[in-house]
Write a protein that binds this ligand. Sequence first.
Ligand SMILES: [Zn+2]
Length: 363
Amino acid sequence: MGRYLCVAILASVFTSGCAFSDDVSEHRSLASFKGESACYDRKTEPYTAVVDTHLHYRPFDGRAIPFNEMNDYLSRTTVRFANVYGIGQMLPSNSSCSNYLKCPGTPVAPTTRNDFVNAANMIEHKPEGLHLTLSMTFTDLSNPEPTVALMEFYDKEYPGLFHWMGEVNLVKQAQFFNRHQAATPKDITKWEGFMAQLRLRNDPITIHSDLGNDDDPTMYLPLMERALALYPDNKIVWAHMGMSHELTTMKATQHIGIMSRLLDAYPNLMIDISWRILDDYYFSKRGNQDLYVAFMNDYSERILPGSDFVAFRGNNFHVYQQELNATSRIHQFLDDNAFRNIALGQNYFDLLKLDYQAPQICP
Ligand SMILES: [Zn+2]
């Protein structure tokens, strides 16, 4: 077990704990999560998560931070466990556009390209000291028919390598100008084949489904509710608590009310608190923090942390660290039980039945 020098060394620079300690301390190793380990001292050890369940190793245009470099970023932080998402929706390979928001009209379409690059990299550069879970991100929820055949193809090429599906888009308003259309209620009924496969494999699926927008905050909620009603036995993870740049003004009480109601109704549903917009627009807003902390303490076994970092070639370690810090900021205020379940990874280990365990919190 490493010693945690960060607070002492950085106390004069950063007063709020130990989030920036990558270059001066040894964070806990992957091996330390096997079996019993020293208790976790929240006063001196970081509040940033040890698991990043929402991390895009591949960008929209294919020009990525190299796989080894991305893993090196993780190693310099507290993160030891990560989901390797591609990004399922890519710009055309012959397009010069790298940011779809700046290229309205250019399609962003589901594809297998990123998943295969990630799979090849997992084989070629098996990372040491990290536990990576490879995810299938190709699925087109509006045109689900080929999904089962593609899953079989993945399994033929890379047997036993993929253990997650997503992030896949049910409705993502940000891509409406790039020919993305929300899946319809009828489309959702056609998921049955691949959802059955996921249940058999015990693999979770992370779904991006916007709640709505500032004009109509629950405009798209019926779509997610339909998916939950049709597939209550699937391990569905709702990305970003349904939030997006299109919905930044919802009342916290209304938001928490919806999340609580659905978590109560669907015991297999989990939510991911990835993407810094949650902290920027909701958790950190005046009057909101206590409400969200109470919610997370109440539902602490149902929440997964993540950065939603995208490994664009133009991003770098500093950006990753910032996004990890922003998405982890709320962890500081959680009770010990919730901190252990969410930030220290216990929920993730339980969900995937991994042979790891989170340390107990020091009294
Ligand atoms: Zn994402």
